[in-house]
Write a protein that binds this ligand. Structure first.
Ligand code: F3S
Length: 391
């Protein structure tokens, strides 16, 4: 790779040990993937924040970088293994909490903004169209590439952190326009109408086309909540990090020859496949993390009611603070439901605590099953709330 004088000095250690280590990671990746150069990034989002996934080895790695590493661009974190303030109420083990706090402290020491969310675009970390960025979380990467029109590969935790500490990434993959063109047209049977239906469509498309980049036709309109659900689902079930949706997403693309159709039956089967629970003892909304509009909707449905089951609303802390100012938070907690800021069902240590989960998130189904061995009920947000209050 061609490096500038400054980049060479960074690699030689003239800017400190953390920058040297980071440059080693970025140049190694660049060499593997045939990048010609490093390019500046404007935003970073780092995954691999939960102590549940990092363990002591990960914590030691972060502590080492934190000795002299400082972020050079706007950087936030993916969800951690617990609500950083309210972890006791969510039943988190104190020993786990201690380790999780050390992880967050290490990131904080590096000047990372320790807002832990998979929807950084809701809380100020929102790149512009055409920006090169280094994001990690699969639904956020898909949202950034497809809906915002920014350019990112799906980074691992260490490579995203390396970008944060250097302000650079290697130019390959989705940073190059030739790799961002649609590879297959996907015709949709009918336009989905709610978050759950967008999740089911993402499941059906993902299973059918895998990692390829689709040009999706037949969706009339989609709001933010529906697109974030769709991004999470298509990235989870197919692995794609970028899609084009005719009339909805901003990127230009060439039109591929291959065309596939998604049938109504495939979408219905996706919904059936995601429903296998007889008994629900846990309800979780906010995968990806909830918007203030979703919180408002939940508050409206819970007004004057009491939940009969453990009910988590997962969201970024700044969104909870907005909900507190608007009074939605009090309505929700008065019902017995809980906020799970900074975390979610996939990264919190929940295995063995519940049998069946109800969620409106197709991705939540995947992780509820895979990480926690829950049975799942996949339904609308209204049905989730009814399940929680026992109606
Ligand atoms: Fe976000 Fe956790 Fe879902 S990271 S996308 S809430 S599995």
């Amino acid at each position: 790779m061609e490096l500038t004088t400054e980049e060479k000095e960074m690699l030689e250690g003239k800017h400190g040990a953390a920058v040297k280590k980071s440059m080693e990671i970025l140049t190694a990746l660049g060499d593997i993937f045939g990048a010609k150069r490093l390019i500046p990034v404007t935003s970073v989002q780092i995954a691999g924040v939960s102590y549940h996934n990092l363990g002591d080895a990960g914590l030691e790695y972060l502590a080492e970088l934190a000795k002299d590493g400082k972020t050079r661009v706007y950087t936030t974190l993916n969800p951690a293994g617990m609500d950083l303030e309210n972890w006791q109420e969510l039943g988190i083990d104190p020993e786990f909490a201690k380790k999780q706090k050390l992880v967050i402290d290490a990131f904080g020491k590096m000047d990372v903004i320790t807002t832990c969310t998979c929807t950084p675009y809701l809380v100020g970390n929102k790149p512009k169209q055409g920006d090169h960025i280094s994001w990690s979380e699969s639904s956020a990467v898909c949202y950034a590439n497809s809906v915002l029109g920014a350019k990112t590969n799906r980074e691992g935790g260490p490579s995203a952190l390396a970008s944060a500490l250097t302000g650079k990434t290697a130019e390959f993959g989705f940073h190059l326009d030739e790799n961002r063109q649609a590879q297959v047209i996907v015709e949709v049977p009918e336009s989905p109408k709610n978050v759950m239906e967008f999740g089911a469509l993402g499941y059906a498309i993902g299973k059918k086309i895998g990692k390829r980049i689709p040009l999706i036709r037949g969706v009339d309109k989609a709001d933010l909540e529906q697109l974030k659900s769709f991004c999470a689902s298509i990235a989870t079930y197919g692995g794609t990090a970028l899609f084009h949706m005719d009339g909805i997403t901003p990127n230009k693309t060439t039109v591929p020859e291959e065309k596939v159709e998604i049938t109504k039956e495939e979408v219905e089967n996706a919904i059936k496949e995601m429903n296998d629970a007889d008994e629900i003892d846990f309800v979780s909304i906010g995968c990806p993390h909830a918007t203030i509009e979703e919180v408002e909707k939940i508050a409206g449905m819970l007004e004057g009611k009491k939940v009969q089951k453990e009910f988590w609303v997962c969201l970024a802390r700044p969104i909870k603070e907005m909900a507190e100012k608007k009074g939605f938070a009090k309505t929700i907690t008065d019902s017995g439901a809980k906020f799970a800021c900074d975390t979610c069902l996939a990264v919190a240590p929940l295995k063995g605590r519940f049998k069946g989960i109800a969620t409106n998130s197709a991705k939540g189904v995947y992780y509820g099953r895979g990480k926690n061995a829950f049975k799942t009920k996949f339904c609308t947000i209204e049905e989730c709330v009814k399940e929680a209050v026992g109606e």
